[in-house]
Write a protein that binds this ligand. Structure first.
Ligand SMILES: NC(=O)c1ccc[n+]([C@@H]2O[C@H](COP(=O)([O-])OP(=O)(O)OC[C@H]3O[C@@H](n4cnc5c(N)ncnc54)[C@H](O)[C@@H]3O)[C@@H](O)[C@H]2O)c1
Ligand SMILES: [Zn+2]
Length: 362
């Protein structure tokens, strides 16, 4: 039997395990039974993931007497929407999925977020299982209970905190992941590396293996990220701590979200975060709040990823308006050194503007 590394997110009655491993999918039904998942389930996935991985998952569960409704959505960020949630719900109703059923999200962060949102609201809440298939979803979006869909005017505007019954990450799924999506995953991984010295050292040493998706090394990295995130969720499940807690995971996201929105989602979330990390690092440097040695180490790691997208769709003025939310203050989570961030909405706008101008080559 392949080893399943099990970590528990400790949240009292909402505690749940993250099962992680390589070639562990054959054990999915056992884990589901051990977690008392009822036999009536729906699997929600997207049209990229379905032809690659759905049959295997369905076969394994059917062999253990699970009755399964399969629901496919189109791929991509635009599916994180109320219309897609409604389509999923229509299929759930038609498939007689009742309150004591469970929704399995098989896919990346988009499938995970929209399925989580439906699970939190359908019949006032049905159980949720996360089966992440992207690096980004394994290190970040499948754990922690943040679920959401986007509003046309704002990303993640409609959502709920809703924890899954369990998370099951088989790194074998990553074998079919396009290289663009590996970079997206790295966006969130680099964020962890900036926050945590252990993860930084591991990534610094193993970056090339991760870029080539060496599955054993990647699994170790996912475990480190999950352990780091678990602690934050356990102390700040609902992101109430404005001075720390899980809000530190928004590092890189002030600029990242602005870029993602302005690109009309042509930039994927992880890509936008990766750029956001670089620019916000420069802002931290200019604001002189960052340890110099740490700054150089992080900069050199970010350079090694060698991600240099064309951003010619960006208009400087629109970007500034987006970051400052039409005249309001912009809140930044800036890195200072490992384990320490500076959370502020009091940076001089001229400093932020100077960095963005430089980055855009203006
Ligand atoms: N809930 C949270 O805490 C949280 C945290 C971070 C990000 N997010 C959200 O996650 C989303 C991004 O997630 P993502 O990067 O996984 O994007 P995604 O779900 O769009 O997946 C990326 C692409 O890869 C394809 N894909 C997925 N698995 C595959 C596989 N194994 N093989 C081949 N193709 C595969 C998908 O079809 C899609 O085209 C964003 O909406 C972001 O806001 C949520
Ligand atoms: Zn993110």
């Amino acid at each position: 039997m392949k080893t399943i590394v099990k970590q528990t997110i400790k949240l009292g009655s909402r505690s749940y395990p993250i099962c992680l491993g390589n070639r562990i999918i054959n054990h999915l039904a056992e884990v589901a039974s051990a977690e008392s998942i009822p036999k009536n389930i729906a699997i929600i996935t997207d049209q990229h993931v379905a032809p690659l991985h759905l049959k295997r998952v369905v076969d394994i569960l059917r062999r253990h007497d699970f009755r399964i409704a399969e629901i496919l959505i189109a791929p991509g960020e635009r599916q994180k929407s109320i219309p897609t949630a409604t389509k999923i719900i229509t299929k759930l109703v038609k498939s007689n999925i009742e309150r004591e059923s469970t929704l399995f999200a098989l896919g990346g962060g988009v499938v995970g977020d929209v399925t989580g949102f439906v699970a939190a609201t359908y019949r006032r809440g049905v159980q949720l299982v996360q089966l992440p298939t992207t690096l980004l979803a394994m290190v970040e979006s499948s754990i922690g209970g943040k679920t959401a869909v986007n509003h046309p005017l704002a990303k993640n505007a409609i959502g709920a905190f809703y924890q899954p019954k369990f998370v099951f990450s088989d790194v074998q799924f990553l074998q079919t992941l396009p290289s663009r999506e590996v970079i997206c995953g790295l966006g969130e991984v680099l964020k962890y590396a900036i926050l945590d010295k252990n993860i930084f050292n591991f990534l610094y040493e193993h970056l090339n293996e991760i870029l080539q998706l060496d599955l054993d090394v990647t699994q170790e990295l996912i475990l480190l990220c999950n352990t780091y995130k678990a602690k934050l969720i356990e102390t700040d499940e609902f992101e109430k701590d404005t001075k720390g807690g899980r809000t530190v995971l928004n590092l890189g996201h002030t600029i990242g979200h602005a870029l993602e929105n302005l690109s009309k989602y042509k930039l994927h979330h992880g890509e936008a975060v990766l750029i956001g990390l670089k620019w916000e690092l420069e802002i931290a440097g200019k604001a002189q709040i960052i340890d110099q040695n740490y700054f150089e180490n992080i900069s050199s790691l970010l350079e090694r990823v060698a991600y240099h997208p064309k951003l010619n769709f960006l208009n400087y003025e629109t970007l500034i308006r987006q970051i400052f939310k039409n005249g309001k203050k912009a809140r930044f989570i800036l890195p200072q050194t490992f384990g320490k961030v500076f959370i502020t909405d009091k940076l001089k706008p001229s400093l932020i503007k100077a960095v963005i101008k430089r980055q855009l080559g203006k």
